[in-house]
Design a protein around this ligand. Structure first.
Ligand SMILES: Cc1ncc(COP(=O)(O)O)c(C=O)c1O
Ligand SMILES: N[C@@H](CCCC[NH3+])C(=O)O
Length: 436
């Protein structure tokens, strides 16, 4: 079922017409379907619960980096989600959205002392430690607070996730995690660190992973290591299998979440470990759209351009990864409407500010609204103010209700964070122009 259907020639988000929303909030804007993210979350959590059949209880820690909007996180918290965070900011958001600290895992290669201190104060579930020196830091900070901090070692299994090279994280050359060969050194180090306690192992091999075999390989390696460490006497009880399960961005068959859950059950289901997962994109990616208005239709010598009012500062994925996002007009085209090839571009002064090249679209007029699909993950959160453009607002729809869950800041608000030092006072009129 589509959460973005056409009805009477107009595209809807659930029961809210997008053209009405555009009138209400202005363009460009992000819009999320509450029902779509709940459906994706429930399906993911349900598939794991079914496949594990009571052998292990899955803790689904939504990866805030995909979309940290408080209303989005709150929606998932209400379904029982925990959180995967990679900064104090994300941790504060997870807590503010009502996720209990004991359901929060803290990953990331560059946790600072003050971030670690804050997380320990909150009593989070665990740190996923990504390197040996970090163990010393967590230990030292925990000692200052007189507590023992729970950790998992994030293992780098050297598995090719077969995704875009910029978002693969489980190869030996990537900065993430601890190589299997270094684990003995990490354990040796842990023996001398009384203020950290090793609870388990973690892995995350990359993002937008489509094939199941890299997961199978990584989880199998992790299970072997888990058994080995237990045999050595380490009282492990947790495995965190990371996120990474992809979504369909076009008409490809989406990854099979039930088959993913069966891989989990088969590889680690019998270890008796508590299992955690860190899905981001899979939960929110296809629950969101970016909606833009066409400013100009420009027919050049060799190409036709649709210049829209959204740009690479709003959605950077096409520029950064050459990512494909489906684009469709908000006013339904006639079934037999001819198509034409367009480059869909934004107003930013970079050639890379291109959402799609040579894309077949129905005839579009200036003023028409366009929906960019699969923009719920790594969309608004990766936006910037480049070219001094105001970030697009975010809207959450539930049924026929909508709420602006992040407002578009004014130009004054954007400039208010900047300061001009005294020694750069505005030049007096007489000084202007120099020699007179
Ligand atoms: C440690 C960790 N966990 C979870 C995620 C979420 O990934 P995804 O949105 O692909 O599920 C990421 C990002 O790749 C990550 O680095
Ligand atoms: N930002 C990336 C994914 C990176 C995942 C974070 N570890 C994307 O848009 O696809």
């Amino acid at each position: 079922m589509s959460f973005f259907p056409y009805r009477d020639g107009r595209m809807y988000v659930e029961d809210m017409a997008l053209d009405d929303l555009a009138e209400a909030v202005g363009t460009p804007f992000y819009v999320y379907s509450s029902a779509a993210m709940i459906a994706a979350y429930d399906r993911f959590a349900g598939a794991l619960a079914d496949a594990l059949a009571g052998r292990a209880k899955p803790l689904v820690c939504y990866a805030l980096k995909a979309n940290p909007n408080l209303a989005v996180v709150r929606t998932l918290a209400a379904r029982g989600a925990g959180a995967d965070v990679v900064s104090e900011g994300e941790l504060r958001r997870a807590l503010a959205a009502g996720i209990p600290p004991e359901k929060i895992v803290f990953a990331g290669v560059g946790k600072t002392r003050s971030e670690i201190a804050f997380a320990i104060e909150q009593g989070i579930h665990q740190f996923n430690a990504e390197g040996l020196p970090e163990l010393d830091t967590i230990d030292a900070v925990a000692r200052e607070q007189g507590v023992v901090a729970p950790i998992a070692l994030r293992i780098n299994p050297d598995v090719d996730a077969r995704t875009h090279h910029k978002i693969t994280t489980g190869r030996a050359e990537n900065k993430f995690g601890i190589a299997v060969d270094q684990v003995p050194r990490a354990l040796e180090r842990l023996r001398g660190l009384p203020n950290v306690t090793l609870k388990g192992l973690a892995v995350h091999i990359g993002s937008q992973v489509f094939e199941l075999s890299p997961f199978r390989d990584a989880f199998t390696r992790l299970a072997e290591l888990y058994r080995e460490l237990q045999a050595q006497g380490w009282p492990l009880e947790r495995l965190d299998l990371g996120g990474g399960l992809g979504i369909a961005y076009h008409d490809e068959p989406p990854p099979d979440v039930e088959a993913y859950a069966r891989v989990v059950a088969k590889t680690v289901g019998d270890l008796g470990a508590e299992l955690a997962f860190e899905p981001g994109r899979h939960i929110v990616g296809n629950a969101g759209l970016l909606v833009a208005r066409t400013l100009y239709v420009k027919h050049g010598e060799s190409r036709s351009f649709l210049v829209v009012d959204a740009a690479m500062n709003d959605l950077i994925r096409p520029t950064l990864y050459d990512a494909w996002h489906d684009i469709a007009p908000v006013r339904a085209p006639a079934p037999d409407a001819p198509t034409r090839r367009f480059d869909v571009v934004g107003p930013v002064c970079e050639t890379g500010d291109t959402f799609a090249s040579d894309r077949a679209l129905p005839e579009v007029q200036a003023g028409d609204l366009l929906a960019f699909f699969s923009a719920g993950a790594y969309g608004a959160t990766m936006s910037s103010t480049y070219n001094s453009r105001r970030p697009a607002p975010e809207v959450l729809v539930s049924g026929a209700n909508h709420a602006v869950v992040r407002v578009r800041p004014s130009h004054e608000e954007l400039m208010a964070q900047e300061r001009v030092p005294d020694w750069l006072q505005a030049p007096s009129p007489t000084a202007a122009g120099g020699a007179g």
